[in-house]
Ligand binder design. Structure first.
Ligand SMILES: Cc1ncc(COP(=O)(O)O)c(C=O)c1O
Length: 490
């Protein structure tokens, strides 16, 4: 049996549960006996029997010396890392760890502006100053791609004292930059590269997919095993290559950001997901790619629907792509993405990954079959028949607002004296809160940015379309919290 066939953590926890010890420790539901019976029956005895806590035989995620350590070592080997840390705080926890491992108050970190909110949270917690790089916007699709090698070069030339460079690779939509080149450039300045690999756990295991962070030589990567690698929701990993970052520092920071009651359901699911990816991943991903490509071809036959493929490659920020992501543009039809999402739910009991004004995103993964993708194609065929736009109308223009100007560091803005003012009167003021559409959770405004009329119109457009705009204290968007302006005393 190869090492990667082993699951030391799952096997150890399962063996412990099978011994059926008398438990005088938490969790107090004690294998489900002390729990609501309806939930117990629903969730099942097996799951509850391994809902355990860090007693000695089960090791401790905060100081791994036993089966968790072994499982993390096997994951490191599978992902080509020097060290792998398991996260029960999602990829958000792993991302915060990466940033706080390299940045302290006042340190510069270079980041694309279209980052997930966990990155901005870590920037506020650490007190780091973000140096933003504009991502490339796709004018046809209305989505942001990654950053270009040239923009990284320019940012590094201007800020050679930065403590880190963060790259999203691949993006939510599966597009990746030339990460290897970006890493080379950053390393020539001895600056570590931290990769938000939330959407790329599988790419390491198939040569047709973009290079993974570890393959490209990055220093750290926060990788969502739960999103596309078959582990349970909230479980992720943080891969580390030593040199420019210290694994000891990473261990102490991840521990500071992690609950002391780490879920063994999540941890064991990481162990088995790693085994499956390492031993069968290539074959399974091969089938997934074929299924996604067949589906893409069928979707492209539907009038008014486009599902982009390799043709979007070749710009400076679109170096490679993950074909298992189906970016389905519906802007030629008479509905927006959110209406399509609801229509599919209502008429076909089908849930998409996300929708925006112009697209829906569907993810094909190791868990899919042709039967399911056929339903998607059939549903969109039906949608296209019933929602054609009048021929006289010109195609909908795609509109993405400019990136706002940062007037204060996000941390200064977050802790500054603030006031609440009407939304309609907030243009020109500095915002003190986040506003984003979730998913994908990418901020329209972050604390410290100057609100423009364009931002307000974009927010209104998203709200009117029914999209999930979130962030401010006032969920009705009647008011916004901004930095207080002090008038001169007369
Ligand atoms: C690009 C990106 N980074 C990070 C995250 C955070 O991952 P998690 O939900 O596992 O905390 C997400 C989640 O959607 C994401 O899309």
């Amino acid at each position: 049996m190869s090492q990667q066939e082993k699951t030391p953590l799952f096997t150890g926890v399962k063996n412990h549960a099978e011994k059926d010890p008398i438990q005088f420790h938490i969790p107090g539901h004690k294998k489900g006996t002390g729990m609501d019976p309806e939930f117990r029956e629903f969730i099942g005895e097996n799951a509850l029997s391994i809902d355990l806590i860090n007693i000695a035989p089960l090791d401790d995620l905060h100081h791994p010396h036993g089966i968790i350590k072994e499982a993390q070592q096997l994951a490191a080997e599978a992902f080509g890392a020097d060290y792998t840390f398991f996260s029960v705080q999602g990829t958000s926890g792993a991302i915060m760890t990466m940033i706080m491992s390299v940045c302290g108050p006042g340190d510069k970190i270079i980041v694309p502006r279209n980052v997930h909110k966990s990155i901005m949270s870590a920037i506020i917690f650490s007190g780091a100053t973000p140096i933003f790089i504009h991502p490339e916007i796709d004018p046809d699709l209305g989505i942001s791609h990654g950053i270009t090698t040239e923009s990284v070069e320019r940012a590094l030339e201007a800020h050679p004292d930065a403590k880190g460079l963060l790259v999203i690779n691949p993006t939510y939509f599966g597009v990746s930059a030339n990460l290897k080149k970006i890493v080379e450039v950053a390393h020539s300045y001895c600056i570590p590269v931290l990769v938000d690999e939330a959407h790329g756990v599988h790419i390491h295991f198939h040569e047709k997919l973009p290079l993974s962070a570890m393959q490209a030589g990055a220093d750290m990567a926060a990788t969502s095993v739960h999103k596309l690698g078959g582990s349970m929701t909230q479980s992720s990993i943080l891969n580390v290559k030593e040199g420019l970052v210290s694994s000891k520092r990473v261990q102490s920071i991840i521990s500071m950001l992690t609950t002391t009651s780490t879920s063994y359901l999540l941890l064991t699911s990481l162990d088995v997901a790693r085994k499956r990816l390492a031993t069968e991943g290539r074959t399974l991903i091969d089938q997934t790619i074929k299924l996604a490509e067949q589906t893409r071809a069928k979707l492209n036959e539907i009038p008014g629907i486009t599902c982009v493929g390799n043709e979007i490659l070749g710009t400076k920020a679109t170096y490679d792509m993950d074909p298992t992501k189906l970016i389905i543009s519906i802007k030629e039809l008479s509905v927006n993405g959110y209406e399509v999402e609801n229509w599919l739910r209502e008429h076909y009991n089908l849930e998409v990954e996300l929708s925006d004004l112009y697209n829906i995103l569907c993810i094909v993964s190791l868990g899919d079959t042709e039967e399911k993708t056929k339903v998607l194609v059939e549903a969109l065929n039906q949608l296209s028949k019933t929602h054609q736009r009048a021929e006289t109308l010109s195609p909908k223009a795609v509109y993405v607002p400019n990136i706002p100007t940062l007037a204060l560091s996000p941390r200064e803005a977050f802790y500054a004296e603030t006031e609440v003012i009407p939304f309609s009167q907030s243009a020109g003021r500095i915002i003190a809160e986040f506003i984003m559409v979730y998913p994908p959770g990418i901020p329209i405004l972050i604390p410290g940015e100057i609100i423009s009329q364009e931002n307000l119109s974009y927010i209104e457009e998203n709200l009117q379309a029914g999209l999930p705009v979130q962030g401010p204290e006032d969920e009705t968007f009647t008011t916004l919290r901004v930095i207080k302006e002090h008038q001169a005393i007369k």
